[in-house]
Design a binder for this molecule. Structure first.
Ligand SMILES: Nc1ncnc2c1ncn2[C@@H]1O[C@H](COP(=O)(O)OP(=O)(O)OP(=O)(O)O)[C@@H](O)[C@H]1O
Length: 275
């Protein structure tokens, strides 16, 4: 006898259904922002639900970094709404729930520090005043292991390659054991071997229920992890749905991305998140 059409949801459908019902962790609605007197975000809607992995894509200058910087409170919105974990952005204080990896900067910043010291600063939002407790030290150790830098813990960050710096910055974000990871081009300037390590790290975070918003210029080894892609062009969302199939910079209309480049330095706003 022919089986009845499946009424049971497949595991895929179940995942989708639960993701549709999951609470919204990031909500930008009609977000506008200007930098240097120029409108950069021109009415961005972006919603990320708990457990989702969302890629923010688009050409150089389309507003991706500005969008994530507005989410972490570093670029003020001139209009529209931001909510984080259901709390209006201006009232949100629970920064320990968010791990932010800014667009490629150096972990060294001219300050002599070891890899472990830099990663430990990612724990500050979780720590009470006073010396680090065993749980803090364990979280730092685990973050270093996750990015494959445990054997470099005592080295000066000034002795690291660009890709290793990036791994340290990601470990710094992971040390706070955040529920939401926001990473601005985590793969930029990272060699293929390190990209695979970072993809594995992220896979583990996602398996443990983390929500992830990634600015990317190509999906690369992260492609299997991405649930949804939001594409910006000139500060507007032009696509919100499945990730583009033909991955790479040529997959996106008008994509003319060039890397690496320096971080922008708009007036920072204090959020308790490291930049
Ligand atoms: N501090 C600033 N002052 C003035 N304009 C800025 C500043 N930072 C960024 N911009 C401008 O805002 C626009 C969007 O920049 P943003 O960095 O958000 O783009 P992006 O999509 O992240 O680009 P990229 O892929 O190159 O990182 C660009 O035209 C950029 O020149």
């Amino acid at each position: 006898m022919k089986p009845e059409p499946a009424t049971e949801p497949s595991p895929e459908n179940t995942a989708k259904a639960s993701s549709d019902e999951a609470p919204t962790v990031i909500s930008l609605r009609g977000a506008t922002a200007s930098l240097g007197g120029r409108p950069v975000l021109r009415g961005v809607d972006l919603a990320v639900r708990r457990g989702e992995v969302v890629a923010l894509l688009g050409a150089n200058g389309s507003g991706k970094s500005t969008a994530v910087r507005s989410v972490v409170g570093q670029v003020p919105l001139s209009g529209g709404d931001l909510e984080l974990f259901g709390t209006p952005g201006r009232r949100f204080r629970d920064w320990a729930r968010i791990g932010y990896v800014p667009q490629r900067t150096t972990a060294a910043s001219g300050v002599p520090a070891t890899v472990r010291e830099v990663v430990s600063t990612g724990r500050l939002t979780r720590r009470r005043l006073g010396p680090p407790r065993a749980a803090d030290r364990a979280a730092v150790r685990r973050a270093l292991e996750l990015v494959g830098m445990a054997d470099r813990a005592k080295d000066s960050v000034s002795a690291l390659s660009g890709g290793q710096h990036q791994r340290v910055l990601i470990a710094r974000a992971l040390a706070g054991e955040p529920e939401l990871l926001i990473m601005d081009e985590p793969m930029a300037g990272v060699d293929l071997a390190s990209q695979e390590i970072l993809a594995g790290t992220l896979r583990e975070q996602v398996a443990q229920g983390a929500t992830v918003l990634l600015v990317l210029h190509e999906l690369g080894p992260l492609e299997p992890l991405i649930d949804r892609a939001v594409v910006l062009r000139d500060g507007c969302v032009v696509h919100d749905g499945p990730p583009p199939k033909a991955v790479g910079q040529h997959a996106l209309p008008g994509h003319d991305h060039v890397h690496p480049h320096a971080a922008h330095d708009a007036e920072p706003i204090r959020t308790g998140l490291l930049t």
